[in-house]
Write a protein that binds this ligand. Structure first.
Ligand SMILES: Cc1ncc(COP(=O)(O)O)c(C=O)c1O
Length: 316
C-alpha cells in the first residue's frame, strides 16, 4: 500500500479556476470563469480517473490495464500505469489522428491500432481485457463507476474557488461521463447545503455528432445511438464525436434535472474560441475544449450570470 501511494506522478486535479476578466469583457459577461483541466499532467481531465483506475487495478491484482480511447484518455492511462509500474495496452482507432501516440509510446505502453470506429475499439477492449486478465478502464466497463466519483471533484474545486452559486456550468461532451460526474458533485454540494441552487448543466459537442445533444434537441429521454454513417470525424472534433455515448443517459438526465441544455458547435467555432481564449487569458486550450466557451454564443445569458466553462484539455 505504501509503495502504491509513493507515486512520483503529478497528482491529478487541483487545477486552476480563473476569473476570465478579458475574455468576459469580449463576450459582455461580468462573471465568466474558466476551469482549466489542461493543467493536469497529461493535459486533460482524464488524469482524474486514470490514477484511480491504475491504483484499483493494482489492488485487485490484475496483469495490466487496457483502455479504448481517441488518444487523450490513453495518454493519461499510459502515464499513470508507467508511473506505478503497470503494463498498459492502449486501443486507438486506426483512422484517428494518433497525435498522442508518441507520448503513449514514451510511457512504455503498447498501442493496439484497431480497425474500426471509436465505439468498436472500446467494445473490443472490453472483451480483450476479460480474455487476458487485464483491468479495463474503458468507458462503459464494469470499472467505470469510479469515473463519476472522480469527476465530481471538479465541482468541489469550482465551488471552493468561486464561493458562489454558478448559474451555468458548460462541459464538452463525448460519452457524457465528465458532465455527469460534475453534476453529481454539484448535486452533493446542493444536498449538503453548500450551494442554494443547482447550476444549469450545458453539454456541448461537435455539430451533428453526439447522441446526448441529439437526444436533447429531439426531446428524447434516452441518448440513443445516432447513425454512424452520418459522423464526420476531423482532427478537431475527435475527442467529442461519437455515435454512442457510453454515459449518455446519465449525462442527459443531469441536463434535464438541472434545467440545462445541449448545444452543437462547429470545428470553426472551436478553433476561433480556442484562439480567443489564448489571446485574452493566455490559456492554450484544445479546440474541442474551447467548445465550452463557444457554446455561450448559442445561449441566452444575462451579463451578470455566473458562468463556468470547463476547459477539458490543453493544446499540445
Ligand atoms: C479533452 C476532452 N474533452 C472532453 C471529452 C469528453 O469527455 P466525456 O467522454 O467524459 O464526455 C474528452 C473525451 O475524450 C476529451 O478528451
Amino acid at each position: 500500500m505504501e509503495e502504491i501511494l509513493s507515486s512520483e506522478a503529478k497528482p491529478p486535479g487541483r487545477t486552476p479556476t480563473i476569473k476570465a476578466y478579458a475574455l468576459g469583457k469580449a463576450l459582455h459577461l461580468d462573471n465568466l470563469f474558466l476551469k482549466f483541466e489542461g493543467a493536469n499532467a497529461t493535459g486533460t481531465q482524464k488524469d482524474r480517473i486514470s490514477e484511480a483506475h491504475v491504483v484499483n487495478a493494482i489492488h485487485n491484482g490484475y496483469n495490466g490495464i487496457t483502455v479504448g480511447t481517441c488518444g487523450n484518455y490513453g495518454a493519461s492511462i499510459a502515464y499513470f500505469a508507467n508511473t506505478y509500474g503497470v503494463r498498459s495496452i492502449i486501443g486507438i482507432p486506426k483512422d484517428y489522428s494518433h497525435e498522442r501516440s508518441g507520448f503513449i509510446q514514451s510511457q512504455n505502453a503498447e498501442i493496439l491500432y484497431y480497425d474500426g470506429k471509436y465505439e468498436e475499439t472500446v467494445e473490443y477492449l472490453h472483451d480483450f481485457s476479460d480474455a487476458n486478465g487485464y483491468y479495463d478502464a474503458s468507458p462503459g466497463s464494469r470499472n467505470s463507476y469510479i469515473d463519476k466519483m472522480m469527476y465530481s471533484t471538479i465541482a468541489t474545486e469550482i465551488y471552493e474557488a468561486i464561493m458562489k452559486d454558478p448559474d451555468y456550468v458548460i462541459v464538452p461532451v463525448g460519452n457524457g461521463t465528465t458532465l455527469a460526474g460534475i453534476f453529481a458533485g454539484f448535486d452533493h454540494l446542493f444536498s449538503e447545503g453548500y450551494i442554494s441552487k443547482l447550476p444549469k448543466m450545458i453539454g456541448v459537442s461537435t455539430k451533428d455528432g453526439n447522441p446526448i445533444v441529439n437526444a436533447f434537441k429531439h426531446g428524447y429521454s434516452r441518448a440513443v445511438d445516432i447513425n454512424p454513417e452520418s459522423l464526420k470525424e476531423t482532427d478537431i472534433n475527435e475527442p467529442l464525436i461519437s455515435y454512442r455515448s457510453f454515459d449518455g443517459d446519465d449525462a442527459l438526465r443531469s441536463i434535464y434535472e438541472s434545467k440545462g441544455s445541449a448545444i452543437y458547435v462547429s470545428d470553426e467555432e472551436m478553433i476561433r474560441y480556442s484562439n480567443l481564449i489564448y489571446y485574452k487569458e493566455g490559456l492554450n486550450s484544445l479546440p474541442a475544449s474551447a467548445s465550452a466557451v463557444a457554446a455561450i454564443n448559442h445561449m441566452r445569458v444575462k451579463r451578470d450570470d455566473v458562468i463556468v466553462s470547463v476547459i477539458t484539455g490543453r493544446r499540445s
